[in-house]
Design a protein around this ligand. Structure first.
Ligand SMILES: C[S@@+](CC[C@H](N)C(=O)[O-])C[C@H]1O[C@@H](n2cnc3c(N)ncnc32)[C@H](O)[C@@H]1O
Length: 263
């Protein structure tokens, strides 16, 4: 696989925002435990004899865990700040690039992964079109969604409403009900959920409101104008929930969505 280094085709806010949070990214997202968990789910679904392209590789924390399990991982990311950390982990196999305009030859990729990318800024239609282009016939694309299926507790309902208002076309939705039809239009077949690991974490309405302030939850990133008003309104609604300092235990699952390029 050849990944050429190119200037970002769409520089701007997503890259800048990830540059800003790069120093705290790993710690604030579950550190090595999260990355190792994803690698445990992904590794059995990948062929260790073939290179893997990690699209939206970020700091390389997941790619490093795949490398430790015997895989050769190349990475692409829009954020130079995130990528500097990936380079320290993976060496020269990383490049700045846009997932919606991959600097990769058509039909040259055997297998690709994205963990927590499709909710984080790029248009899911552009990414799936590009993945379909670069995969060889029969090649695989594994996705670990961040949003996936939404929690239904009182916090989840409010944050879900905010995400819908910020993204009415669903271009950052990463659940299979959104991705499967887009993929199909580009010749990518959605096979289903290939791995599932139950998760649970506790968060209070106040902590979620503060996360929105700090931009830690991606639905609220890159907001200005009317969007800022919507975020402020959601923050106020979160703080108005009963017992705003009492954490809600939120159960979900880390899943791997499995796609393949039509042979
Ligand atoms: C939430 S982070 C996930 C990083 C990594 N996959 C992980 O699981 O730790 C999302 C990453 O997607 C990258 N990203 C956002 N938009 C992108 C785009 N259009 N092309 C490539 N990378 C992008 C960000 O720079 C960031 O590193």
């Amino acid at each position: 696989m050849r990944v050429s280094t190119v200037a970002s085709s769409s520089p701007g806010r997503p890259a800048a925002e990830f540059d800003d949070i790069a120093p705290v990214y790993d710690e604030s997202r579950g550190g090595t435990a999260r990355a190792a968990g994803f690698a445990e789910q992904l590794a059995p679904l990948l062929d260790p004899a073939l290179p893997v392209l990690d699209i939206g590789v970020g700091t390389g924390i997941v790619a490093a865990e795949l490398t430790a399990r015997g895989h050769t991982v190349h990475g692409i990311d829009l954020s130079p700040g995130m990528l500097a950390r990936a380079r320290a982990r993976l060496g020269a196999r990383v490049a700045v690039g846009d997932a919606g305009r991959l600097p990769v030859r058509t039909g040259s990729v055997d297998q690709a992964v994205s963990t927590w990318l499709l909710h984080a800024g790029p248009d899911n239609r552009a990414v799936l079109a590009e993945v379909a282009r670069v995969l060889r016939p029969g090649g695989r694309y594994l996705v670990v969604p961040a949003g996936g299926t939404r929690p239904t507790d009182d916090i989840g309902v409010l944050v879900g409403e905010l995400e819908d208002r910020l993204d009415p076309e669903g271009s950052r939705r990463d659940g299979p009900e959104w991705l499967a039809p887009i993929a199909a239009a580009h010749g990518l077949v959605y096979e289903g959920t290939a791995s599932e690991r139950p998760t649970s974490f506790a968060v209070s309405p106040r902590a979620m409101a503060e996360s929105l302030t700090r931009g830690l939850f991606t639905g609220a990133w890159a907001v200005d104008g009317e969007a800022t008003r919507l975020v402020d309104e959601t923050r106020a609604r979160l703080l108005a929930l009963p017992s705003p300092d009492t954490p809600r235990v939120r159960r979900g699952a880390d899943v791997v969505l499995l796609f393949h390029r039509e042979p």
